[in-house]
Design a protein around this ligand. Structure first.
Ligand SMILES: NC(=O)C1=CN([C@@H]2O[C@H](COP(=O)(O)OP(=O)(O)OC[C@H]3O[C@@H](n4cnc5c(N)ncnc54)[C@H](O)[C@@H]3O)[C@@H](O)[C@H]2O)C=CC1
Ligand SMILES: N/C(=C\C=C\C(=O)O)C(=O)O
Length: 487
């Protein structure tokens, strides 16, 4: 590890070796607003070196058996788990999330991603059909595609990067990962464990830097045939344009404007704390977070009163404080963007019931320049407002009343996104009926963010292209071939 001015200085990981870069970016601690780390500002040269390393490693890695690859993934999971506390501390400092969330969600899930795909890779079967009248047998085989580009965002850094690396290498591909330049530290820490886990040099390469520089060099490289991306819709559009001339395979996991639909027969004792969590967990910086809450009119006033009370109890604190529910937002620019939505809502005549501009944030002097804000509830807002249409990706949620089932389904579906919805009702028939009609890749009823990694994950409409999960990721990270044998 290098250091400049006493600050942590990351290096790219290419071909099993840490390599310095000719230029570096500043990376900020969101809880203080201070630079604490330098991140390589990689470009075409580093991508070229990573492609070379990944190409050289492909024949050996792809010809190993699934069992051999699975064992490597299991060892990596064990090593990550042994470093859980160190990784959680690093994620908390780098991203601004609470230490509790990093300890209980981000890092355990990163460990689980490797364990899960180490197991699922052992259980795939292929198809076979027969045409006896022609004396033919048909079957399919799958093979890894080649070098995968894996581009991940800043909100769940190691969690989302490993959700891509694990299935890609389990299937026999070699990878070039590009984490967000805002949160690169835990990916770099993981690289230090790869050799010990038995990952051969060049199988996992990590290049750090910005989207326009290193990201674009990677996605437009002719020898990188598939791209798995999680992030914003405008970036997905750019990646689609750059990759189109090469007809690359694309998996795009994008944003959401996720509705919660709360019927009058909902169990509010469960619904309210879960909806506070679904709105404000990780500072509202999860693509699955709720940001439009539709409440049936007969319980609207009661819900609003109790929801605002519960939101006021959601503690914003220094990320290292284990009792904090919410830490700092990712950057000054993002904080300003999130606040700008609240200003617009005010100008449109909406009411801010708690949070930004209403309540007072108490922080230690050292954290006054950090990127903190209070969880904020907006009401009296029209469906046409940008706060009800656009992804804010911060601790802001809107609450509005509805009258009928048909009406709320139509309003919930009236945005360009279609990622995740929650439906709260005591009626089994109703939850099935409504879930089927929602334009949403995921619907949680009477719960939120209970993940079954075997099943498809992803969004419809502008929330993405493709699905990830045990079988879906396997299909994405392999090419299928149909073979016909005449006997
Ligand atoms: N999963 C999600 O739904 C996420 C949504 N967002 C949304 O996006 C907004 C902007 O956040 P950003 O960090 O700017 O997201 P982004 O989509 O620009 O960044 C995600 C990743 O893509 C890379 N990237 C950016 N431009 C690229 C390009 N031209 N070619 C290749 N890679 C590129 C970034 O370096 C990062 O690794 C947020 O406010 C939020 O609304 C952000 C992060 C995650
Ligand atoms: N893709 C995102 C979250 C995924 C969560 C999961 O797979 O459990 C995101 O916030 O961008």
């Amino acid at each position: 590890m290098a250091a400049r001015g006493g600050l942590l200085m990351l290096e790219n990981f290419i071909g099993g070796t840490f390599l310095p870069c000719s230029s570096y970016l500043d990376s900020y601690d969101p809880s203080t607003g201070e630079v604490y780390c330098h991140v390589p500002n990689s470009g075409e040269e580093e991508v070229e070196a990573a492609v070379e390393a990944a190409r050289a490693a492909f024949p050996g890695w792809s010809s190993r058996s699934p069992q051999e690859r699975s064992q490597v993934l299991q060892r990596l999971a064990d090593l990550l788990e042994q470093s859980l506390e160190e990784l959680a501390q690093a994620e908390c400092k780098d991203q601004g999330k609470t230490i509790t969330l990093a300890r209980t969600m981000d890092i355990p899930r990163a460990v689980h991603n490797f364990r899960f795909f180490a197991s699922s890779i052992l259980h795939h079967t292929s198809e076979c059909t027969q045409m006896d009248h022609l004396g033919c047998l048909h079957y399919t085989v799958r093979a890894p595609v080649g070098i995968a580009a894996l581009i991940s965002p800043w909100n769940l850094p190691l969690y989302l990067l490993t959700w891509k690396i694990a299935p890609a290498i389990a299937a026999g591909n070699t990878v070039i990962a590009k984490p967000s330049e805002l949160t690169s530290v835990t990916a770099w820490m993981m690289c230090r464990l790869l050799e010990k886990a038995g990952v051969p040099p060049g199988v996992v390469n990590v290049v750090f830097g910005t989207g326009p520089r290193v990201g674009e060099a990677l996605v437009s490289h002719p020898d990188v045939p598939l791209i798995s991306f999680t992030g914003s819709q405008p970036t997905a559009e750019r990646i689609t344009q750059l990759s189109a001339p090469h007809c690359k395979k694309l998996s795009l996991e994008l944003g959401g404007k996720n509705p919660a639909i709360i019927f009058e027969d909902a169990n509010l004792d469960e619904c309210i704390p879960t909806t506070v969590r679904s709105s404000f967990a990780n500072q509202g910086e999860i693509c699955l977070c709720t940001s439009r809450i539709f409440v049936q009119r007969s319980i609207y006033n009661e819900f609003l009163k109790r929801f605002v009370e519960a939101t006021r109890m959601w503690k914003v604190g220094v990320p290292s404080d284990p009792s904090a529910d919410m830490g700092a937002l990712i950057s000054q620019a993002h904080l300003e963007k999130v606040r700008s939505y609240i200003k617009k809502a005010r100008l449109e005549g909406a009411r801010i019931l708690c949070g930004e501009g209403v309540d007072t944030l108490n922080l230690p002097p050292r954290n006054q320049a950090g990127y903190f804000m209070l969880p904020t509830v907006i009401t009296d807002v029209k469906d046409e407002s940008c706060c009800m249409k656009e992804e804010i990706f911060g601790p802001v949620t809107c609450v509005v009343p509805f009258d009928s089932e048909e009406e709320v389904i139509q309003r919930a579906n009236s945005v360009k996104y279609g990622l995740a919805a929650t439906v709260w009702s005591g009626s089994v028939g109703r939850v099935h009926r409504v879930a089927k009609k929602l334009q949403s890749g995921l619907v949680w009823t009477n719960c939120w963010l209970i993940r079954e990694l075997n099943l498809p994950f992803g969004g419809m409409k502008s929330s993405g292209v493709g699905r990830e999960g045990a079988r879906d990721s396997y299909e994405f990270f392999t090419e299928v071939k149909t073979i016909t044998v005449k006997h």
